[in-house]
Design a protein around this ligand. Structure first.
Ligand code: BGC
Length: 365
């Protein structure tokens, strides 16, 4: 336990709100029961809404579990809610002590969490809060701050392009993802005052079901048609949605002229930034998120209940959920190199032949 504490301190969580054990005699968690060999089950949501789930989360969770020497099983529901529940059932039957989920919506997420709880399996909401749910912990980033960075990024890029009275289109995340609501409240806090002051106009505001990138392209094409091509900036909630908008802008020879935001610092998003087609992305150090979740999960499996020093109010269930919320970072052309230096993506992934010139320009050597 002491070792676990030190490990947590080294990932810098103390700086982001603090995380400390209640003490060895905290009584532990009745559900997981102490003394069990930890076996942690993780259900990822899909592999299409963002490259992060298979490209970063799987890898960093695996690394964290391996380093801690615990058994684990990481599976992906591939966007299928029935499959999500089947995987959860199988994991519970196979004897996981802790289940970590990234829900596909709060309804099915809640059903899975409640079932696990009734079977004595402790649970963690990983990245997305399950509204009305029953998870012991919620581990994520400050998602309102993510949205603020996106709003500020769009303002900065429009300013640099000297666009007067810009017309903005929103491509929001999935309406079933609580994070999408939080991102929107973040970028609204920056952009709404500009709409109210008639400095900017809002040309379109659409949510993309299930963060589906293909649907995002169709939606954006409709936005562009509806406005007669008059869109000067796109607030896209992640890199996948941003890339969908860029593909349509390219078709209309508008790419590079209309700033587009993003999130996740995916290889594709970073390349779009380097090429000048995307204004910015938001980097979330998934390695820290995975490590924090893994430390809490291992604690739960051992019957320990660590204090996170922070809670988040579940607006539906009214519960204060013990939480770890990490800090996101805005990435522009100038600091794409920071994402590489952090080991999140490699230079080889980004600086392929077509992007080599842009990499040199951005000081990536
Ligand atoms: C995550 C984002 C991701 C999106 C789509 C959100 O809940 O926080 O990082 O881009 O889901 O998968």
């Amino acid at each position: 336990m002491r070792k676990g504490l030190l490990t947590i301190a080294t990932v810098g969580l103390l700086a982001t709100g603090g995380l400390a054990a209640c003490g060895d005699d905290s009584g532990g968690n009745d559900q997981a029961g102490s003394g069990q060999t930890p076996k942690i089950g993780v259900i990822l949501p899909d592999s299409k809404s963002s490259a992060r789930w298979e490209g970063a989360d799987r890898k960093f969770l695996q690394e964290a579990f391996e380093a801690a020497g615990v058994e684990y099983d990481i599976q992906n529901a591939q966007g299928d809610k029935t499959q999500f529940q089947t995987i959860a059932d199988q994991m519970i039957t196979s004897g996981v002590t802790v289940l970590m989920i990234v829900n596909l919506d709060s309804g099915t997420g809640k059903a899975v969490l409640d079932k696990a709880k009734s079977q004595g399996v402790a649970t963690i909401d990983y990245d997305r809060l399950t509204l009305g749910g029953s998870a012991e912990y919620y581990v994520s980033f400050d998602n309102v701050a993510v949205g603020k960075l996106q709003g500020e990024g769009l303002v900065k890029c429009l300013g640099e392009k000297n666009v007067k009275s810009p017309a903005i289109a929103y491509l929001n995340g999935s309406p079933t993802d609580n994070n999408a609501t939080l991102f929107k409240s973040g970028y609204d806090s920056v952009l709404k005052p500009k709409f109210d002051a008639k400095e900017y106009t809002k040309a379109a505001d659409d949510a993309v079901p299930d963060w589906d990138n293909a649907q995002a392209a169709t939606i954006f094409e409709q936005q562009l048609t509806k406005t007669g091509g008059k869109i000067d900036g796109v607030l896209a909630a992640n890199d996948g949605l941003g890339n969908a908008a860029i593909s349509i802008l390219k078709k209309n020879k508008l790419n590079g002229r209309v700033p587009v935001t993003g999130q996740d610092a995916t290889p594709e998003g970073l390349q779009n930034i380097l090429a000048g087609d995307q204004c910015m992305t938001v980097y979330k150090a998934v390695k820290e998120e995975a490590k924090a979740a893994s430390d809490l999960a291992i604690g739960l499996a051992k019957g320990e209940r660590k204090e996170t020093g922070q809670t988040v109010k579940d607006p539906e269930g009214g519960r204060d959920v013990p939480s770890v919320l990490l800090t996101p970072k805005a990435i522009y052309k100038e600091n794409v190199k920071d994402v590489i230096a952090d080991g999140y993506v490699t230079k080889d992934e980004i600086c392929t032949e077509a992007y080599a010139k842009f990499c040199t320009e951005a000081g990536i050597s």
